[in-house]
Design a protein around this ligand. Structure first.
Ligand code: PXG
Length: 461
């Protein structure tokens, strides 16, 4: 088969893919048994095309990142122009360049006032590794060297490097290679649907926050450096914490002098209907890692914003921080991020997310009557549908993740890209999606749920 526009031989490409290309998070043996990769060839707005000519509605914005949608010529132009002018220079050794300076100032201007310093990295994982090193350095400089432990949450996702996978709470990732690192501790996640039992969501939010306080007391506050959490857990299954959770976390972190890190890699840059999840949930964070939506995925870039309290201290007493990446503040990536933010502002896309949010929620909620749907929830343009074998008890199908994958495959076969996080189906479409396209997304999702139900109805309670 050939893609005419580029004259590619797809069968040959698929064979080369298997022969040479090792994919992230992929079981290559089963991928090969299923016939190899689906090859994505081109894109426009919220749609992707594969090599067979299928047009797919991408309800995941790539990997939660293409917030301004595909096909933005002005972003490509910004990269092109920057590459001609200055394709690369570093920001080590007392040098800087225009796009990095402008982007740092821009990002600081979008965050709450206490954030004025921005450190650039290449990804969300690097952002979290940077934070781990920076926080440990900070407490050493402050003369509090015992303050080294990090508290994170089960089922969190903070990246794939050694530190960020350790901060994450994915059991499968920890199992490969003896993670987490010592000194990184995990507590209960604020996942009412799975863990709330008979408690109301508000009661359960307090219980989940209490788990953080208990861990601080167990370790001793003098040994705890920081707590890290995603405002909404993305890869864990779009877990929207009960309203009581974040205010209580704010209180606990302040009380014990524990730094609060809000991982905005998915929530940042408008996903929740505000610029940051911080704004949506009132999180009083000290440090903010971000990536994905910073450039809408057009080029890889991440950043860490540091509060004045920490940054001023380190600038005054910290000396040189021996940390940085060749591509920290890459000029083309910064130019792309600046253009991405310009688009978000000019087209008022964050306001658009806020305006679309009730419609998105209402339409997703129409799926709640489906026999295998246990709960539907969303904030802004990020939402989840829980698959269940028994609505009344919220119980799961056997073998976690199995039915989610069946459902995801039905979505794919019907040209809808949704992700399954175990048995939670999630959606986070580009902000340019229209109401009619939300209708279409939900129509295709219902079709996939019907087909999944046909496959598993015998297992229902
Ligand atoms: N923090 C959060 C909250 C994330 O969601 C990272 C950090 C790491 O970012 P990088 O840029 O290093 O990947 C992420 C990434 C999925 C999926 O399947 C989610 C992510 C990455 C890959 C797949 O849901 N999130």
């Amino acid at each position: 088969m050939t893609v005419h526009s580029r004259n590619l031989n797809i069968d040959e490409l698929r064979a080369l893919d298997h022969a040479h290309h090792m994919h992230p998070f992929t079981d290559h043996k089963s991928l090969q048994a299923e016939g190899g990769s689906r090859i994505i060839t081109h894109s426009d707005r919220i749609y992707l095309w594969d090599s067979a000519g299928n047009k797919m509605l991408d309800a995941m914005s790539g990997l939660w990142c293409v917030n301004v949608g595909y096909g933005r010529k002005s972003i490509a132009q910004a990269a092109y122009d920057q590459m001609l002018e200055l394709p690369y220079y570093n920001t080590f050794f007392k040098t800087a360049h225009v796009p990095a300076i402008e982007l740092a100032a821009k990002v600081a201007s979008l965050l709450p006032e206490r954030f004025n310093k921005v450190f650039f990295v290449g990804s969300g994982s690097e952002a979290n590794d940077t934070i781990y090193r920076l926080v440990r350095h900070y407490f050493n400089v402050k003369g509090m060297p015992s303050k080294k432990a990090f508290i994170a949450r089960q089922n969190a996702y903070h990246g794939s490097t050694v530190v960020s996978a350790s901060l994450g709470g994915m059991a499968g990732m920890h199992g490969q290679g003896d993670l987490p690192l010592p000194g990184i501790h995990h507590v209960m996640q604020p996942y009412w649907y799975d863990l709330g039992g008979e408690l109301s969501p508000e009661e359960f939010g307090l219980k989940a926050a209490q788990a953080v306080e208990d861990k601080i007391l167990e370790l001793g506050a003098e040994n705890v450096a920081a707590f890290i959490g995603e405002p909404i857990q993305g890869a864990g299954g779009v877990i929207i914490p009960p309203s009581t959770y974040w205010p209580e976390i704010n209180r606990i972190c302040k009380k014990y002098g524990v730094l609060l890190i809000a991982d905005e890699v998915i929530c940042g840059f408008g996903r929740t209907g505000e610029w940051f999840g911080l704004d949506t949930f009132g999180i009083e964070a000290d440090i903010v890692p971000m990536a994905k939506g910073l450039s809408s995925g057009y080029l890889p870039i991440g950043a860490v914003a540091i509060s004045d309290e920490i940054a001023d201290y380190l600038y005054e007493y910290g000396g040189e921080f021996y940390h940085g990446y060749t591509y920290s503040g890459h000029p083309a990536a910064c130019a792309v991020a600046l253009e991405n933010i310009r688009i978000l502002e000019e087209e008022k896309l964050v306001e658009r997310v806020q305006k679309l949010a009730p419609y998105f929620n209402e339409k997703l909620k129409t799926l709640a009557d489906h026999p295998i749907v246990g709960e539907v929830r969303s904030v802004g343009l990020i939402g989840a549908v829980e698959l269940t074998r028994d609505k009344a008890t919220r119980s799961r199908f056997d073998k976690p993740g199995r039915v989610g994958l069946i459902c995801r495959d039905h979505c794919f076969q019907n040209n809808l890209i949704m992700r399954s996080c175990y048995d939670t189906m999630v959606a986070a479409p580009p902000f340019v999606i229209t109401e009619a396209e939300i209708d279409e997304m939900v129509r295709l999702a219902r079709l996939a749920f019907d087909l999944t139900y046909a496959d598993v109805s015998k297992e229902m309670a």
